[in-house]
Write a protein that binds this ligand. Structure first.
Ligand SMILES: OC[C@H]1O[C@H](O[C@H]2O[C@H](CO)[C@@H](O)[C@H](O)[C@H]2O)[C@H](O)[C@@H](O)[C@@H]1O
Length: 574
């Protein structure tokens, strides 16, 4: 809640929480709930609120849908008004990475993807800076590359893969500008919101800012940028450690959570519906928080966050218990952040500070080992604080410590053997379209059979990082397959999707609360990096199917049958 009577409060009541938002969103004027909260105000927020109060009085608090539509048309402009056309001035027709690609069709695709950056660029008009209270967009100085589709503003963790892609495309100024926006947001708000809208306040996304700075510095060999950013990176790190940690098994561990009130503004009606079976206001508020914590994890939504009465991952959104599950990835990421901050301090000659962050990293590593490593499963697992037990369900993040380096390198051989056995036991190598996000068929978008680019990246780079010949071989195979499968989808549709389908080579994903989105920032970023990495060896003339194991056809048939039966029975059989 903001100070009553202020402009900020009126803006908050319109876009974040209050009767106006409730009235409009429940009237279901638009197919996508996000449309309304992206619209610009025609008058100052205080005046809009005054006129809304008069409007409600006139219609006895029960205006019809047509009257609400009329109110919205009179007081709001269509979405997208905050941007002007912008072509990044550092865009290059022929960045060097294209020369690393041998296959002519893949090279052309790389060039197409490089061209898509121009379509995904957004620059705010001057009026946003002068009159920010008329908009839900968070003003930032530099233009950004957005994910695409309905996502016309920055998203925190998406930007990591977008920035990496930009760096391979040699768009250094755009990449740096986006990082500088994030640094300034941490300085202004203390943390980075989920996305670039005021209605995303109260929750963040997996913390990748420090890794963004590291990526930039590694590309440009420009440590001075890291040193300028260092205070802010520490600030963000401490924000997570101070506001997101709980105790599990006697260790301080981080969880995803949320600090706002009410349903998600951008999915308001959907959250009200989910809360219908909860009786008290307090219980409704609890489920809203679980939903928003799920959004903070980036995996909104997934059986990963369901805990039913038996302590399993069965159920649906009503069973969300995001805040009671200690997530492997968040703790692994915080470990990586502490290590990078220690490295930057070391470069700056701040020996004591460097040691301080090394010690923080060591404590996080100890907690990851004690809370998440599971000898029986042979991998890291999320931890259920309600039932005080590990959650033995597959999510790619179970392998995320490999990517962030949160494992004991001297143990690589042993870890490699057990992780590869885990992959084999779960037949994770058997899906032609990539490794699914979970094995639970719930209809949620972060569940089976959807495959997400950031998770393929973390798996592929993590196995490479593990460093044994077997792990590296699998990493490469999955890398090749991911490129070929994305290419197949592109060849058929001329489109890059936000998510793909494990069961179909070249198939795109679906499910969840909105239609599959096209564009798409992180998908393009991951492919540009992988084309650079594998482009010398990859050829489209090798049959796609030859890149997957011999079990594929059998496993695929079984997977399809289970999916079909699961859908017929209306529940997960996975
Ligand atoms: O409107 C529903 C949700 O949409 C976003 O989440 C999804 O898209 C993001 C942008 O690509 C991505 O970062 C996230 O992982 C996706 O699940 C948004 O981030 C959510 O807060 C929002 O409720």
């Amino acid at each position: 809640m903001k100070n009553e009577g202020t402009t900020e409060d009126a803006q908050f009541q319109i876009y974040c929480h209050g009767p106006l938002l409730h009235t409009v969103q429940m009237a279901q004027l638009y197919q996508d709930s996000k449309t309304f909260v992206d619209m610009k105000l025609k008058n100052r927020p205080e005046k809009t609120m005054e006129e809304f109060n008069a409007f409600m009085l006139k219609y006895n608090d029960t205006p019809t849908e047509a009257e609400i539509r009329d109110f919205v048309d009179t007081h709001f402009e269509e979405r997208g008004k905050e941007f002007e056309t912008w072509v990044p001035n550092d865009w290059k027709e022929n960045p060097e990475f294209l020369n690393a690609i041998n296959d002519p069709d893949l090279k052309q695709w790389g060039s197409d993807l490089n061209g898509i950056w121009k379509e995904l660029g957004r620059k705010m008009i001057e009026d946003v800076h002068k009159n920010p209270e008329y908009y839900s967009i968070i003003p930032v100085d530099n233009p950004v590359i957005v994910p695409g589709g309905r996502f016309i503003e920055f998203y925190y963790w998406d930007s990591y893969w977008i920035i990496r892609g930009l760096l391979y495309s040699e768009m250094y100024d755009t990449a740096r500008g986006m990082i500088e926006n994030f640094l300034s947001i941490v300085q202004r708000f203390g943390y980075i919101p989920n996305g670039g809208r005021v209605y995303y306040s109260g929750r963040s996304q997996p913390p990748f800012l420090t890794a963004m700075v590291k990526a930039y510095v590694d590309f440009k060999k420009d440590y001075s940028f890291a040193l300028e950013a260092l205070d802010t990176l520490e600030h963000e790190f401490e924000y997570w450690m101070n506001n997101h940690t709980v105790q599990a098994k006697g260790y301080d561990v981080a969880i995803y959570t949320d600090a706002s009130t009410g349903p998600r503004p951008e999915s308001y009606r959907e959250d009200i519906k989910t809360s219908e079976d909860f009786r008290t206001d307090e219980d409704k508020e609890q489920i809203y928080t679980e939903l928003k914590a799920g959004a903070e994890s980036g995996m909104d939504f997934s059986s990963r966050w369901f805990v039913d009465e038996n302590g399993t991952n069965d159920g649906g959104l009503k069973n969300l218990k995001t805040r009671s599950i200690v997530p492997v990835d968040l703790n692994a990421l915080l470990y990586m952040n502490a290590k990078i901050i220690a490295e930057f301090h070391d470069k700056a000659g701040n020996t004591a500070k460097s040691a301080e962050y090394e010690a923080k990293a060591a404590r996080i590593l100890e907690a990851i080992q004690a809370v998440h490593w599971n000898e029986e499963a042979g991998v890291w697992l999320d931890y259920d604080m309600i039932n005080q037990k590990p959650r033995n369900y597959f999510v790619p993040t179970n392998l995320s410590p490999l990517y962030t380096g949160a494992f004991n390198k001297s143990d690589s051989e042993r870890i490699s053997a057990s992780v590869l056995k885990y992959i084999d036991d779960l037949k994770l190598d058997s899906y032609p379209g990539g490794v699914p996000n979970t094995l639970a068929h719930t209809g949620e978008q972060w569940d089976f059979p959807n495959v997400w680019p950031p998770m393929q990246y973390i798996l592929i780079r993590g196995l490479e990082n593990l460093g044994t010949p077997e792990a590296k071989k699998l990493s490469e195979r999955w890398g090749h397959r991911w490129v070929k499968s994305n290419f197949e989808a592109y060849k058929q549709t001329q489109t890059m999707f936000e998510k793909y389908d494990a069961l179909r080579f070249g198939g795109h994903g679906g499910g969840g609360e909105y239609d599959v989105q096209k564009g798409f920032g992180w998908s393009n970023g991951v492919i540009i990096e992988f084309l650079t990495k594998y482009g010398g060896d990859l050829s489209l003339s090798n049959s796609a199917v030859s890149t997957v194991s011999k079990n594929t056809v059998f496993s695929l048939t079984v997977a399809l049958l289970i999916s079909v039966f699961g859908t017929m029975l209306g529940r997960s059989l996975w």
